[in-house]
Ligand binder design. Structure first.
Ligand code: TXA
Ligand code: MG
Length: 350
């Protein structure tokens, strides 16, 4: 299949292109599109064959459920058996935006879309191209991140093309995304609302709007495999570059010294070393390649650049990757969740 790639300016959406993309979705084909978090791979959420196509294109296990993207809150009633009161509050505060809610599944949603689960994940994305595509297609759009399963999520259309060219009908190129890590997932089917995947919207922000406690899935916090995360997708080794990655944590000077020592040792063995540093620290490192993720004081930039850098590590064929740790104040938990997975939880404390 030839994959058509179309540029779309989010501020001035080309009607003809978005109509063609919408038609493809309505016909059961797959279209990748930008959201504010990462690029998604969209298909008609209510059509089992479309969901099967999504799993096949990504090489994703079919027990890993998809998120249903909607453009109007009233569509929640089409996909949920029951809309919890909390959903309304959260939607008012955060939709359209980087929040996914898990609610009881309605009959209209096929089990192919929910990976066999009786609950469904729903999100209204905060991106004009995504919203217009949903509206023009006349469908609700099931969309996982538009990467090959196991690779970092795509934050630019070219990442999607690298992974899925020839496997899907169209890619809408709306430029680089704004947030760079996937949406926060909150499970509203638990007694206490539970965050299954940390993201830009923090448990504190959710608790404030709900006026009740919000807990983090213990399976996410566990640094090992002793507890399984509740979201099926969170158990897979994910976001991973091909090289072994090690995170070094501690005081800045000690981290720099340790990473440089590890780098020198590996390079003496003929290994290609890449270091993930910040604007502030990059000048102090020696390696085959030193990449800056942005300023340490700008956590939004760190989130935005993370996946792109992990893909670049593959591109330059790194053998070893050393990264600083980014325990930033607000979204540090979300950033570190991805980084730790990419490193297979290999952390050196200094
Ligand atoms: O930001 C995002 O959420 C992006 C954009 C495209 O919207 N989408 C995304 O989808 O990250 P995906 O498929 O890569 O990740 C969805 C996650 C998986 O970990 C999946 O297991 C979990 O959501 N999930 C989906 N439905 C679920 C359900 N009913 N119960 C528990 N977890 C669910
Ligand atoms: Mg994904």
């Amino acid at each position: 299949m030839e994959t058509k790639i179309e540029k779309v300016n989010p501020d001035r959406i080309d009607e003809e292109i978005i109509e063609e993309a919408g038609r493809l979705i309505a016909e059961g084909e797959l279209v990748a599109f930008p959201t504010e978090t990462v690029y998604g791979l969209g298909g008609d959420a209510l059509r089992p064959e479309a969901s099967r196509k999504i799993y096949a294109a990504k090489g994703r296990p079919s027990d890993n459920p998809l998120i249903v993207h909607i453009a109007d809150f009233s569509d929640m009633e089409r996909v949920a058996a029951k809309v919890p009161a909390q959903a309304k509050k959260l939607a008012e505060a955060f939709w359209p935006g980087p929040l996914t809610m898990i609610v009881p599944k309605g009959d209209a949603v096929p089990y192919e879309t929910t990976g066999g689960m009786d609950t469904v994940a729903v999100r209204m994305p905060g991106h004009p191209v995504a919203l217009e595509l949903i509206r023009k297609s006349g469908c609700l759009i099931a969309a996982p991140s538009a990467n090959t399963s196991g690779r970092p999520s795509p934050t630019e259309a070219k990442h999607v093309a690298e992974d899925l060219s020839g496997r899907i009908a169209m890619i809408l190129d709306g430029g680089p995304v704004g947030i760079g890590i996937e949406s926060t997932i909150i499970d509203l089917t638990e007694k206490t609302p539970m965050v299954l995947r940390p993201g830009y919207i923090t448990p504190g922000m959710l608790a404030e709007v709900l006026g009740e406690d919000v807990i983090m899935d213990p399976g996410i916090i566990a640094a090992d495999d002793t507890r399984k995360p509740k979201a099926p997708g969170m158990k897979y080794k994910h976001y991973a570059p091909k090289a072994q990655m090690v995170i070094v944590e501690g005081q800045e000077d000690a981290v720099i010294a340790k990473i440089n020592a590890l780098s020198a040792q590996k390079r003496a063995e003929g290994r290609k070393v890449v270091i993930i540093a910040t604007e502030e620290s990059k000048a102090y490192y020696e390696a085959d390649r030193v990449m800056s993720i942005g300023s340490r004081t700008d956590e939004d930039a760190i989130a935005q650049h993370l996946y792109k850098l992990l893909r670049e590590c593959d591109e330059v064929q790194a053998d070893e990757i050393y990264s600083e740790s980014f325990q930033t104040p607000r979204i540090g938990q979300a950033i570190m969740n991805r980084l730790l997975k990419a490193a297979g939880h290999t952390v050196v404390q200094v």
